[in-house]
Write a protein that binds this ligand. Structure first.
Ligand SMILES: [Zn+2]
Ligand SMILES: [Zn+2]
Length: 357
């Protein structure tokens, strides 16, 4: 396959809102890297922060990424077209997705078998919203033939949901999901596959509550219109839910989640709290409740990916209806506008000249 010298990419060129669609050189892989022809990419919450250049981006961008100018994006799938000399186990032509966290390999967590909680996580040296991308070979995940590039492009956030869901048993139990963004929706689908009995969810967006019902939630609530805690208590004979996932990061939702949690239940916290989280009654809501609290950061490398591959690749979980929008890279402005409004499930972006699989 002939590889071009220049490519089109969505580049964050300045420390201000927006991005540019422009020509940049096709990157060369280092010895331990591979060059991927990108087939599909997805928009993540962090990409929206960076696109808007909001407070979070201003404060955190350089901590996680190389400085601007930098190609945007991290969730993607594609085909290996070139490899460095050390990428021995990888073959040209393989269909792949890619873990986005790069553990350091030498901190306490890395040395004690907990690499995914590495203290010095790094990211790709450049983004992936381009026709090609270079990534470390050891981060690649080979795709089964049954999985489409679009499905594979969202395996990274899906695997956050897989990781959170794997912390608990949901067989025959009631589950509450606070927040129906993509990760909340993925959790509803996984909870169904894991044998949850009743699944409830809450979100302020009509669009997302509808997606939650389509994903298998029994009942959804709009916290603006009803008292979610009272509603769930009524439905569970005052017991509450055995597992509550917070994917919203909204502090009011998190506090409601703790009230909905059954005694000795599991609270799985995935959303990053938007403000200071304080409890008026931590005794009842946490301590005497004997709540088990799990903080979830990223994925279990690479175990969560293998579980996701099994769930999506086998068809046990079908996520196609949650990939609600598709745009070529050149229409990135429309794509970001829509994603910002919460009027989407997952948004897929793809190189303008790519053939759909
Ligand atoms: Zn992501
Ligand atoms: Zn480390």
């Amino acid at each position: 396959m002939e590889i071009k010298k220049m490519m089109k990419a969505i580049v964050k060129t300045k420390r201000e809102s927006g991005a540019e669609y422009k020509d940049v050189p096709v990157p060369e892989p280092n010895p331990d890297e591979v060059l991927i022809k990108v087939h599909a990419a997805a928009i993540c919450g962090t990409d929206i922060h960076i696109y808007q250049w909001n407070k979070w981006a201003q404060e955190n961008f350089e901590r996680s990424f190389s400085p601007v100018p930098r190609i945007m994006g991290h969730e993607f799938s594609g085909e290996v077209v070139k490899k460095g000399v050390l990428a021995e186990s990888i073959e040209i032509g393989q269909r792949v997705a890619c873990e986005t966290h790069i553990p350091c390999g030498h901190c306490y967590q890395c040395r004690t078998g907990d690499t995914y909680n590495c203290q010095n996580i790094r990211r790709f040296r450049d983004g992936i919203y381009g026709e090609y991308a270079v990534v470390p070979a050891k981060n690649l995940v080979l795709l089964p033939d049954t999985m489409t590039y679009d499905q594979a492009a969202v395996m990274e956030p899906f695997s956050v949901a897989t990781h959170g869901a794997s912390m608990v048993s949901m067989v025959g139990d009631t589950v509450m999901v606070m927040g129906c963004g993509p990760i909340g929706l993925f959790i509803i689908k996984i909870a169904r596959a894991m044998g949850a009995s009743y699944i409830y969810a809450s979100d302020i967006s009509d669009y997302r509550r509808k997606l939650a019902l389509d994903s298998g939630a029994n009942q959804v609530f709009n916290p603006i219109e009803c008292d979610v805690v009272e509603c769930v208590k009524k439905l569970t004979a005052s017991l509450g839910c055995g597992t509550v996932f917070d994917t919203s990061g909204n502090v009011d939702a998190i506090k409601q989640g703790f009230k909905i949690l059954r005694k000795c239940g599991n609270m799985v916290m995935i959303g990053l709290p938007s403000k200071t989280l304080s409890f008026e009654d931590a005794g009842n809501d946490i301590v005497w409740k004997a709540a088990k609290i799990y903080g979830i950061h990223g994925r279990e490398i690479l175990k969560s990916w293998e579980i996701s591959k099994g769930l999506i690749g086998s068809g046990a979980v079908n996520i196609d209806h949650l990939l609600t929008h598709r745009f070529p890279f050149s229409q990135y402005e429309t794509a970001f506008e829509l994603a910002e409004k919460g009027m989407t499930g997952k948004v897929i972006l793809y190189p303008d000249n790519i053939e759909k699989d």
